[in-house]
Design a protein around this ligand. Structure first.
Ligand code: GLN
Length: 486
């Protein structure tokens, strides 16, 4: 049921916030032992908050837009008084003394925290397998990964354990798991949403965004979390438009670009390609004009990202030294070996790999050849998009080259894992907004996602096209499987 419909029912008294929370808690109880989407379930707090919403309603108060809606939060967003682990031993017992801006805005809008979701350690990964607290599994097929790094949030929404969720996207971590789990995932324009209280991975790329079962629900969440924030120096000081206002405006006259390089990828599955091209054709039948676009530097995205993101990560993760907060090894005799031991024991191997790559790329003698060179290529990738948006309004690609892969199939080969973000990473390098939405199923019954990319701050048009596609395609209603995780 959509957030708008739930709001109606809550207002009419057909359902109470407490009933809604109870329902989702029992769903979690039923399926999460199989999925492991949640690291912590905040049942007591959720029930208390729901009762407060119901009391306020009974007292005749005018309630904010998300009053009583149970939402799950990726465990790299700080929640005051609620453990925030980043799925790392390093922060296993870290209880933030403050609330992130995005979650603060959700609670002010009446939303209810139902729990914190699993992720790849420090959001580094594409499968939620690098979590220190066990992998999350895909609700469509538990032998498959849910994608990552926000795999817990994507799986929780897909399996009906919450109404919506927040994730973070540095190179695809909202869109790729949304695609693997058959839900909607939106990465806003860089700077549209505050990063304050999001545990930093790669600060020039990180962005928070929603997972939901419909474009309208994703827009409702964005409406609440978007907007400038003096505590994040990169947050944009521009007004937030009404994201739902242009949902039903006709699409005729809009131009949608198909990025040629994306459809020519060697690793692109034939079924994914067909389903995404079918989505483009459906959009054409709704009145858009399809245009082929070339972004010659698109394929340099992965190499560029895997210099820039680890470089920023190596700087950001330097703070975990065993002194200020987080894990501290007690097996060392002096300060320097304490730091070494703490980091050796506290970080998993993928995080260590990123720190090593980043430290190398930034070190004297190599910084020009790697980090600075990567920054130049990043500019070229951005320019490709700039010239594309002179010709079209929106770009369309598959979200990921394949559907959800089998658990364990990529863990021994990091590069094969990295390649699953081939189609999402350039978008982060350019700071653009993009959405992944379900467009079909492969022959194994696994969902396929189409990615729509917008120009800077053009979320309204992105959501308008996505919504109208969703309404005519009705992909999930026509899904071939029975109940997910029955
Ligand atoms: N999979 C990519 C990585 O491991 C992207 C992760 C993300 O967006 N947080 O870096």
């Amino acid at each position: 049921m959509s957030i708008a419909e739930l709001r109606r029912q809550l207002n009419l008294g057909k359902v109470s916030a407490k009933e809604l929370v109870d329902e989702h808690l029992s769903r979690i109880k039923k399926v999460d032992t199989k999925l492991n989407a949640f690291l912590e379930i905040t049942a007591e707090k959720a029930l208390a908050d729901a009762i407060r919403v119901d009391e306020a309603r009974a007292a005749g108060c005018v309630l904010p837009p998300l009053a009583g809606i149970p939402i799950a939060i990726k465990d790299n967003l700080c929640t005051k008084g609620v453990t925030t682990t980043c799925s790392s031993r390093m922060l296993e017992h870290f209880v933030p003394p403050y609330e992130s801006t995005v979650t603060e805005r959700l609670w002010q809008s009446g939303a209810i925290l139902i729990g914190k979701t699993n992720l790849d350690e420090f959001a580094m990964g594409s499968s939620t397998e690098t979590s220190a607290f066990g992998s999350t599994l895909n609700p469509w097929d538990t032998s498959r990964v849910p994608g990552g790094s926000s795999g817990g949030s994507a799986a929780a929404v897909a399996a009906g354990e919450c109404i919506a969720a927040l994730g973070s996207d540095t190179g695809g971590s909202i869109r790729q798991p949304a695609s693997f789990c058959g839900v909607v995932g939106l990465k806003p324009t860089y700077g549209r949403v505050s990063r304050w209280g999001l545990v930093a991975f790669a600060s020039s790329l990180d962005q928070v965004g929603p997972f939901a079962t419909s474009v309208a629900d994703a827009a409702e969440i964005l409406q609440v979390i978007a907007g400038s924030d003096s505590r994040d120096a990169t947050s944009l000081k521009v007004p937030v438009p009404n994201y739902l206002a242009s949902f039903d405006k006709p699409l005729s006259g809009l131009r949608v670009g198909l990025i040629k390089e994306c459809f020519e990828q060697k690793g692109l599955s034939a079924q994914v390609k067909k389903s995404v091209l079918d989505a483009a054709n459906l959009l054409q039948s709704l009145g858009v004009e399809l245009i082929e676009i070339s972004c010659p530097r698109f394929n340099d995205g992965i190499a560029t990202y895997y210099v820039i993101a680890p470089s920023e990560a190596s700087a950001n993760l330097a703070r975990y030294d065993g002194v200020k907060y987080g894990y501290r090894s007690d097996s060392a005799e002096d300060l320097s070996s304490m730091t070494t031991q703490t980091r050796t024991e506290g970080f998993g191997s993928e995080v260590k790999r990123r720190i090593l790559i980043g430290t190398y790329a930034l070190s004297a003698g190599y910084v020009d050849a790697y980090y600075k060179k990567a920054q130049k290529v990043r500019t070229l990738i951005r320019r490709d998009f700039e010239s594309a948006f002179k010709k079209v309004d929106i770009l369309l690609t598959p979200t990921a080259p394949t559907t959800a892969f089998s658990v364990g199939s990529h863990t021994a080969d990091p590069v094969s894992m990295y390649l699953s973000d081939l189609l999402t990473i350039p978008v982060n390098l350019a700071g653009l907004p993009a959405i992944s939405l379900p467009c079909g199923f492969d022959t194994s019954g696994l969902p396929i996602g189409v990615q729509l990319i917008g120009n800077v701050l053009d979320e309204p048009r992105l959501l308008q096209i996505a919504h109208q596609y969703e309404q005519s395609a009705d992909v999930i209603a026509n899904q071939p499987n029975g109940e997910l995780i029955p």
